[in-house]
Ligand binder design. Structure first.
Ligand code: SF4
Length: 477
């Protein structure tokens, strides 16, 4: 994933840029970057933040950075922001998203535009550099941004500093949100931010949420609309379920509240389907399972407890390193147990989702070995069957790594399953669906296991269903 933040003020913007970018740290683990423009030139800094929080890497440099216009990012992929001196001026670009037709675009840019790219390790080319090159194909930045939006397959939300201000452009289907904050207290200036909570503590108020494909130009004095929003939206449902920050609102729907509604909906689903379990406590798998569990406990009137608590003082990051074995080890080391709430207890454990299931299986074994009597699993979304192809929201190496795919392969005794075969397993409550869930239950050693229905999960968000991306669960684009 990743996060972006930009700001344009009538005074120095460095501290606002620093805090606003830092508030996106939950969205990525690899790199953090900031670039500021003082009217003549850019100052830029990019750091590896794999082992150290963004703040600690940048605070010693803040005194040397000066400018009224800035962009920053937290990235799980390539170094950003990119700064280029071009025939349409000096531009800075920061992006969040994924380019699926990268090869074709790179070849086209090299052949037709004589562009060249900095090769990264492994031969990869920086997606943000491709976006910058596409923008420079046109005679001005607004046309360039529109051209980039029209050429990119996948999803790309971008901030571009140029022409003495900040261009904010949301991706074609609005898969990632983008907000404009206006400075209060009579001061002039605006910020653009993926997270809607990220600027509130700095004295900004939300004044606008961009629609799909919309482009705005911000200066310290005003906002100008460059492109109108398009009607079709497919915003990422996982923003609410898992990775969005609890105090953010997207499309007017708060993340924390959605998770409570989702938990309540799962409790009602259990009652309606006769699957409610008699347990001593309802508990969330920290951190993102916890609000879903609060909702479930409130609806079912079963006491909420925290038998699993994350050791946050030295493990503050919510995402993980790329290496799977290191991720598993960190996930294991992060979670500590309150044995008094486990021994001889029947627990109903709620998580936002299950991807590979290896961490979950390790946790089940540890809880049973510490005396848990029964462990009932409730998952806030349906089984994940497809890997995200829009946001680099990568939580498994391949689709066949997903526990739901592996369960289908086990049930069908096949090493590969076709899209048509998978479709049969997506119908909640159908015989193939139940066989898949039972296979997952056995694999993870739950006493009982139930997934939330797609309908129930989407209703918990509170937006029209057609506006939400459901590709992870049903492969529908
Ligand atoms: S495929 Fe999944 S993670 Fe990707 S945008 Fe859609 S809902 Fe979000």
């Amino acid at each position: 994933m990743g996060g972006i933040f930009g700001v344009c003020l009538d005074r120095d913007c460095v501290m606002d840029l620093f805090f606003g970018t830092d508030y996106h740290s939950h969205l990525g683990t690899r790199r953090g970057g900031m670039a500021v423009f003082d009217g003549k030139c850019y100052t830029r800094s990019i750091h590896n933040i794999s082992n150290t929080p963004f703040r600690t890497k940048f605070d010693s440099e803040l005194a040397e950075m000066k400018g009224f216009l800035g962009i920053g990012c937290i990235s799980d992929e390539y170094p950003q922001p990119i700064i280029l001196h071009t025939r349409i001026g000096a531009i800075g670009v920061a992006t969040v998203g994924r380019i699926n037709n990268k090869q074709e675009l790179t070849q086209m840019l090299i052949k037709e535009q004589h562009a060249y790219f900095t090769e990264m390790s492994g031969g990869a080319i920086n997606d943000t550099e491709i976006v910058a090159s596409l923008i420079c194909c046109k005679d001005n930045v607004p046309d360039g941004i529109r051209y980039a939006q029209s050429q990119i397959e996948g999803s790309m939300t971008m901030l571009v500093s140029a022409d003495g201000g900040l261009y904010a452009a949301r991706d074609r289907y609005g898969r990632t949100p983008l907000f404009i904050g206006k400075r209060g207290n009579g001061e002039k200036g605006y910020c653009a931010s993926l997270e809607s909570f990220a600027y509130l503590n700095m004295g900004y108020e939300t004044c606008y949420e961009l629609g799909p494909a919309e482009v705005l130009f911000l200066t310290a004095d005003q906002i100008t609309q460059i492109s109108k929003p398009l009607p079709e939206m497919k915003i990422c449902t996982f923003l609410w379920l898992y990775y969005g920050f609890p105090t953010s609102d997207y499309e007017g729907k708060n993340v924390e509240e959605m998770r409570y509604r989702c938990g309540r909906s799962m409790a009602r689903q259990d009652v309606e389907n006769g699957t409610a379990a008699e347990v001593d406590y309802v508990a969330g798998i920290p951190d993102s399972g916890t609000p879903h569990a609060i909702g479930y406990a409130n609806e079912s009137k079963i006491p909420f407890a925290r038998p699993l608590i994350k050791y946050t003082p030295t493990w503050p990051r919510s995402f993980m390193p790329k290496d799977q074995s290191v991720r598993d080890l960190i996930a294991h080391m992060k979670l500590t147990r309150a044995n008094a709430l486990i021994e001889n207890k029947r627990l109903l454990l709620i998580d936002d989702s299950i991807v590979r299931g290896t961490q979950m299986r390790g946790m089940m074994d540890a809880l049973f070995s510490h005396g848990a009597k029964e462990l009932h699993g409730r998952i806030a979304c349906p089984p994940i069957l497809y890997t995200c192809k829009y946001l680099n929201f990568t939580r498994s190496a391949t689709e066949n790594d997903n526990i739901a795919r592996r369960a289908i392969m086990a049930v069908t005794e096949k090493e590969e399953v076709t899209r048509e075969q998978i479709t049969e397993y997506t119908e909640f409550g159908s015989r193939p669906y139940c066989a898949m869930v039972e296979e997952i239950r056995k694999n993870l050693n739950f006493t009982t296991l139930e997934y939330h229905s797609l309908e129930g999960m989407l209703a918990s968000v509170g937006l029209e269903k057609c506006k939400l991306c459901t590709y992870c669960w049903n492969g529908k684009e």
